[in-house]
Every structure is written in structure tokens, then in C-alpha cells.
Design a protein around this ligand. Structure first.
Ligand code: ADP
Ligand code: MG
Length: 697
């Protein structure tokens, strides 16, 4: 095992490397660029690029790439080698400041949601110096933002950086009101906990559904699922352990703070949690983590499934987004402090988040919506589709005391006044028990738990940062002009709690009672992606994004289109895969089995007159009935798909997939799964759920 402190960050052009390799003035300019977003002078960029190239070549790199995150949700890279001709037959390795700072890329094959129609196909990548360059597969990767010729963001990094800037701006105003003169910036931090499944590669290869869609579209439950709860935190199998060891080593080399690993609830399911970091870096790191998980699993004869719902009847995978705000002086703004003053600030920021989640619950819902995640939200394995917040009894009691202007400590009967009283520190276990809440306060951060496992964490953080920025903007507007700050703050907090407390729910989010209760409270409950997507382009959303300069109206519309098209495309691929599997594998295989049974009946009757063939005959009847059902549903699916393909309106089409296609897919699956349990093992064309879930040994 490698020495962790030696390998950590060894493939990253980080602070230490810059300090060692850059001339003092260049290093200083670079630091300024990183901390204040100041543009680098081209002469300085040349020096940085050259130092990067020398460092990368020493580490074995031959190519460089502008590494970016188009709206596909995965990362993209186009490699260029460093070579440049020199003299007659020689080459030298070159990399200029211009090549570092900006790249040009054909944008026409990336999703643009209509932006392409209006603008040139050319796209540009621009260096994000706040995320360090790194070496992956002998290639120097330069994290970049990706935009169109007209400057529209075509990626997931640009809006994220903009949202971090927006929340920085508004949080700074509030922080200043509390007299923190030494603070110069506020950054959001994220620690995404990543869930995933590992299955045997040979079995994976035999399942077209996994291959084409990332999830199983057929498959009967094995005799054992997750009911014994014997996988959670269980001993890690040696094959999986070997995978985790290699994964950690590679992540550490890239400076990714991989920290915790354990088995999850479902068989074959695992989780990796990194130590939190600045949001845009956490986002980059999560993308790299997902990529490496998939690559390294293959080396160990396994496949890593990142889909939100690989197996029906078994828990799916999510990605908990732990989120907080901290100042450049190291203060976590969501952590209660030791003085009344710090506590006032803490309560103010908590109120800003409560207001944001209530005001923009629809957008938060949209930010986690996808065809894959529709299988989880509200299915009693992940938070409900209703967005609410868990604050824990202690914090809730404190907020209630503010609202009612009474002491939260019943014994002392003291009036709880902001700026006067010290709040208790929250013990972690009083805040982190409720796992059914989509948005939970966990002592010094919030945990947004509705995210799906596959998606980039960029989208949800863009919404969260922007919504909280808007709360903080309103707070700052009101407080900046106040004559008596403490009085104004007390009023503001009281009013905020009164108005937004409907979003606070500390009870069981899985119960039906909550659904009724939430409806009474006026909270939205969007069960599916097509249900919630229109909220994305509602006037209120567009206004929010435009005011904080996160997206232009055009940019939001493009994202709306991409999301909705993506939903329809995913369901379409799933439906086509089912048809293919049913017609070409399952039905023919089962027909062979039925043929064997029938031949057996004939043979038996020929051998012994009047013999009873109940087993075979019953089987043949039952299976044939189900085969006809399967066949009918397949034909129906084909027919309805044809109709749905002809719908022009994107939303109408997505709704048709949801309302007309998915129900047929479910019926088709049900019939097939019943047949599976009646068919002799050797005839079944695919590895079963049992093979897949318990196949890694
Ligand atoms: P769990 O949720 O499993 O109990 P922890 O509370 O230790 O585990 O942390 C979960 C995740 O929250 C980790 O990725 C951790 O780095 C992250 N985290 C902790 N503090 C913060 C913070 N201030 N901002 C963002 N993420 C944080
Ligand atoms: Mg957690």
C-alpha cells in the first residue's frame, strides 16, 4: 500500500506545486486569480502554461485537454498532444498561455436545448483557475467552462460559478452587518455522498437492459433481497475491498479527499463519502469519482452501476449533498457559535435557508428530477417528492421561541432575544436521526438528500445557492437601512419563521399522513419529472435566475428543453430495449421450454397410455397464457410508441411517455417476471436478480 501522504495530490497542479515551480510574481498573480477571479495577463498565463506542461511531462503526460461538463451530465474532453515540430525531424513539447486560457470546440454535437439553432456551432472552453489542473490517463486536464459563440453557458460549471458568486455577494452584505470586517469572501461547501452498485462484469455483459439503460427492465425478485438488513455496514468482500483500495489511491493522487466507504442497505450496494470542499471543486471531484469508479470496477472484473434504480424491489442509489457556507476566515455560518453575536448570525443564515427552501421548493424539486430518480422519490426508500426540511427538536424549539417571543428554556422562562442570548451547541445525534427528510439540518450543515446517484451535483447546488442568495438579498436590503439593528433583526426573524415554518417537518416523511398534511400546508408534491419541469420556466424562476445573473431566460429555456427531451429519450430507449428483449430473447427462450414440455407430454403419453401429465400441462397452460400477455403488451407498446413519436410538443410528448408508455412497460415486465419464475433455469436467457445481486463473491 502506497504512502498516502506521499501520493496525495501527486497528480494535481496545486498550491504546493505552483509555489515550487512558478516565479514569485507569477505565483502571486495566480493566487490573486484564484481568490478574486482576476483575469490572468497573457504573459503570466504563458509562464503558468509552460510550468504546467513541464510538470505534466515529468509525470508522463503527453497530451492536454480542456476538461468540461456539457449538459449531458458527464464530462467531455478532446485531447491535443503537446508536440510541436522543431527543426527538420525533431519535436518539442509546447503549451502556450493561450492554449491554457481558452479553447475552441465544435459545440454542435453537445446538447444545447435550442441554443444551437440561434447561435453558431462554435463553442469555447475557458479555464477555471479556481479548480486545479490534474493528470488523468497521461493527459493534463484543465478544468474549463464551456459556452457558445454568443456567450451562452453550454455547461454545468458556468452557472455553478455564477451562483457561487451570487451567494458570495449577498452573504457578504449580511456578514458585514454583523461586523465581520476581516471577512472578504463567503464560499459554499459541499460533501457529496455517492452511492453505487458493483456487479459481476460477465453477468452485466449478458443483460441488454443494463448495457443500454443502466438498469434492469426485467427480473423477478430472488428468494432473498435486502430484508435481513445484513449488508449495511457489513464486512466488505475482498474483491470489493481491492476495488476500493485502488479507487482510493487514484482519487487521493488527484487530491480528492475520499474518506468513508461502507456497504449500503441493498445487496451489492456501496457508498463513498469524501471530505467536503468548495462547491465547484466538489462538483469536479464528484464527476471524476464517478468516472474512476466505472473505470476501476472494470479492471476488477466488475461493473459499477450509478443508475438511481438498477433493480426493482431493491433500494436505489442517491447522492446526499451536504451543504454549508463558510467565510474565508474559516467560520462555518451554519454552525452555532459561542457568543450571542455569533448566534444571531447563525439564526439569520438558518432563516435564509428556510425561506429559500420554502420559496423555491419547486425549483429544488426540478433540480433533482430525472427519469431515473422518479423511481426513488416518494417510493419509501428515498425522501418523498415533497420538499420539506428537518431541523430537529432543539433548533425547532428555538425558532418557535423566537416566533412566540418566549424563552425556549421552560425552566428559566427567559425571553429569547437575538443578540442577547447564547444558544446551545447542537449535539450531532440530536440532529441527524431522521433519514426520511429531503432536506435535513445536521448540526453544522444541511443535507439535501433527494439527489439521484448519476446526476452531476451542479444543478441542485445552482438552485440552492441562488435561492439562498435571494433570501440574503432581501434580508440585507431590509437590515442595511435599519435604525436599530437588533430590533429590526428580531422582527425579520420572527416574520420569516411565521411565514415559512410550513416547510419544517420533523416527522416521518415516508408516511401517507405526511402527504395529506403537506397538501394542507400548501407544499407542492410533484411525483414525476414531467409534472415538475414546467416550474423551471415559470415566471418566478426566470426572474430569480435573471436577477442573480445565473441564467438568461434563453439559457433556462435551453435547460428546460434538454431536461424534458432527456426524459423522453430515456423512456424511449427503455421501451425499445424491452421490446427487443421480449421479442428476441425472452419469448423465443420460453417457447423452447414450452416445446420441451409439450414433447415430454407426447412422449409420456406414447409410452404409458392414460398417464397423468398435470405438471407439464399446467405449466404449458400458465406459461402460454403469460406469453400471450407479453406478446400483446409488446405489440401494444410498439403501436403506442409510434403514436408518441409523432407528438411535436415536448412537454406533451414527455407526458405521453409517462402516462401511456410507462404503464405498458410495467405490464409487460410483470408478465415476463411471472414467466421467469415458471421457466427452467437453463432456458432463461439472462442472469437473474439473484445472480446479479449476489454474484460478486
Ligand atoms: P453522515 O451524514 O454519514 O453522518 P458526516 O456528517 O460525517 O456523515 O458527513 C457527511 C458528509 O458531510 C461528508 O462528506 C462531510 O465531508 C460533509 N460535511 C461535513 N461538514 C460539511 C460542511 N461544513 N459543508 C459541507 N459538507 C460538509
Ligand atoms: Mg449523510
Amino acid at each position: 500500500m502506497a504512502n498516502v501522504s506521499e501520493i496525495f495530490g501527486s497528480m494535481v497542479f496545486n498550491e504546493n506545486v505552483m509555489k515550487q515551480r512558478l516565479p514569485k510574481d507569477v505565483y502571486k498573480a495566480m493566487k490573486k486569480t484564484i481568490s478574486d477571479g482576476k483575469r490572468l495577463d497573457i504573459s503570466i498565463a504563458n509562464v503558468v502554461a509552460n510550468a504546467m506542461k513541464d510538470w505534466a511531462v515529468e509525470k508522463g503526460a503527453t497530451h492536454y485537454t480542456h476538461w468540461f461538463q456539457p449538459m449531458t451530465g458527464i464530462t467531455a474532453e478532446k485531447h491535443d498532444s503537446f508536440i510541436s515540430p522543431s527543426g527538420d525531424a525533431d519535436i518539442i513539447m509546447e503549451f502556450s498561455g493561450k492554449e491554457l486560457v481558452q479553447g475552441e470546440s465544435d459545440a454542435s454535437s453537445f446538447p444545447s436545448g435550442g441554443l444551437r439553432a440561434t447561435f453558431e456551432a462554435r463553442g469555447y472552453t475557458a479555464w477555471d483557475p479556481t479548480s486545479y489542473a490534474f493528470i488523468k490517463n497521461n493527459t493534463l486536464c484543465i478544468p474549463t467552462a464551456f459556452c457558445s459563440y454568443g456567450g451562452e453557458a453550454l455547461d454545468k460549471k458556468t452557472p455553478l460559478l455564477r451562483s457561487m458568486e451570487a451567494i458570495n455577494k449577498q452573504a457578504m452584505r449580511v456578514v458585514k452587518l454583523f461586523g465581520n470586517e476581516d471577512v472578504t469572501s463567503v464560499k459554499t461547501t459541499v460533501g457529496p455522498e455517492q452511492e453505487y452498485f458493483l456487479i459481476d462484469k460477465d453477468m452485466y455483459d449478458k443483460r441488454p437492459d443494463l448495457l443500454y439503460t443502466g438498469r434492469t427492465l426485467f427480473g423477478a425478485m430472488p428468494p432473498k433481497g435486502q430484508e435481513l438488513d445484513d449488508h449495511y455496514f457489513g464486512t466488505i468482500k475482498s474483491k470489493v475491498k481491492a476495488f476500493m483500495t485502488e479507487l482510493n489511491t487514484e482519487l487521493w493522487k488527484l487530491g480528492i479527499l475520499s474518506k468513508t466507504e461502507h456497504n449500503e442497505v441493498a445487496p451489492a450496494q456501496h457508498e463513498l463519502a469524501p471530505i467536503f470542499t468548495t462547491t465547484n471543486i466538489a462538483t469536479d471531484h464528484n464527476q471524476i469519482t464517478m468516472e474512476l469508479m466505472q473505470r476501476i470496477a472494470k479492471k476488477h472484473g466488475m461493473v459499477c452501476l450509478l443508475h438511481e434504480k438498477p433493480f426493482e424491489g431493491i433500494n436505489g442509489s442517491g447522492k446526499h449533498n451536504n451543504w454549508s457556507l463558510s467565510t474565508n476566515t474559516g467560520i462555518n455560518l451554519l454552525e452555532p457559535g459561542d457568543t450571542p453575536h455569533e448566534n444571531a448570525q447563525f439564526i439569520t443564515f438558518i432563516c435564509a435557508v428556510i425561506k429559500a427552501v420554502d420559496d423555491y421548493q419547486d425549483l429544488l424539486r426540478v433540480s433533482v428530477a430525472s427519469a431515473g430518480n422518479d423511481h426513488r422519490l416518494g417510493a419509501n426508500e428515498a425522501p418523498p417528492a415533497i420538499i420539506s426540511m428537518f431541523l430537529g427538536d432543539e433548533l425547532t424549539a428555538i425558532l418557535e421561541a423566537f416566533e412566540n417571543e418566549e424563552g425556549y428554556d421552560a425552566k428559566e422562562k427567559t425571553m429569547l432575544k437575538i443578540g442577547v442570548h447564547v444558544l446551545p451547541r447542537f449535539a450531532k445525534d440530536t440532529t441527524d436521526r431522521n433519514r426520511t427528510s429531503p432536506f435535513a439540518f445536521t448540526g453544522n450543515k444541511f443535507e439535501f438528500r433527494s439527489l439521484g446517484s448519476t446526476a452531476s451535483v451542479s444543478g441542485p447546488n445552482v438552485v440552492l445557492n441562488t435561492a439562498v442568495a435571494e433570501s440574503l438579498r432581501q434580508f440585507a436590503d431590509e437590515l442595511e437601512g435599519a435604525e436599530n439593528f437588533n430590533e429590526a433583526l428580531n422582527k425579520l426573524i420572527k416574520r420569516t419563521i411565521k411565514k415559512h415554518k410550513r416547510v419544517i417537518f420533523n416527522g416521518n416523511g415516508y408516511g401517507d399522513q405526511w402527504i395529506e398534511e403537506a397538501e394542507k400546508r400548501g407544499l407542492s408534491n410533484f411525483k414525476t419529472t414531467p409534472d415538475c419541469l414546467p416550474c423551471y420556466i415559470a415566471e418566478k424562476s426566470v426572474k430569480l435566475f435573471e436577477e442573480h445573473k445565473i441564467y438568461t431566460a434563453t439559457e433556462i429555456h435551453s435547460r428546460y428543453e434538454i431536461k424534458i427531451e432527456n426524459y423522453s429519450k430515456v423512456i424511449n430507449i427503455e421501451a425499445l430495449t424491452m421490446i427487443d428483449m421480449a421479442k428476441r430473447d425472452i419469448l423465443p427462450a420460453v417457447a423452447s421450454f414450452v416445446k420441451e414440455l409439450s414433447q415430454s407430454v407426447i412422449a409420456k403419453k406414447g409410452a404409458v397410455s392414460g398417464i397423468d401429465c398435470t405438471y407439464e400441462e399446467e405449466q404449458i397452460k400458465k406459461i402460454s397464457g403469460l406469453m400471450n400477455k407479453m406478446y400483446n403488451e409488446t405489440v401494444k407498446l410498439e403501436r403506442v410508441l409510434d403514436k408518441v413519436h409523432k407528438i411535436d410538443d415536448l412537454l406533451e410528448q414527455a407526458n405521453a411517455y409517462k402516462d401511456s408508455i410507462i404503464p405498458i412497460m410495467e405490464k409487460l415486465r410483470k408478465a415476463a417476471d411471472e414467466i421467469e419464475l415458471l421457466t427452467e433455469r437453463k432456458y432463461w436467457p439472462y442472469p437473474t436478480y439473484g445472480d446479479l445481486l449476489f454474484g460478486v463473491r
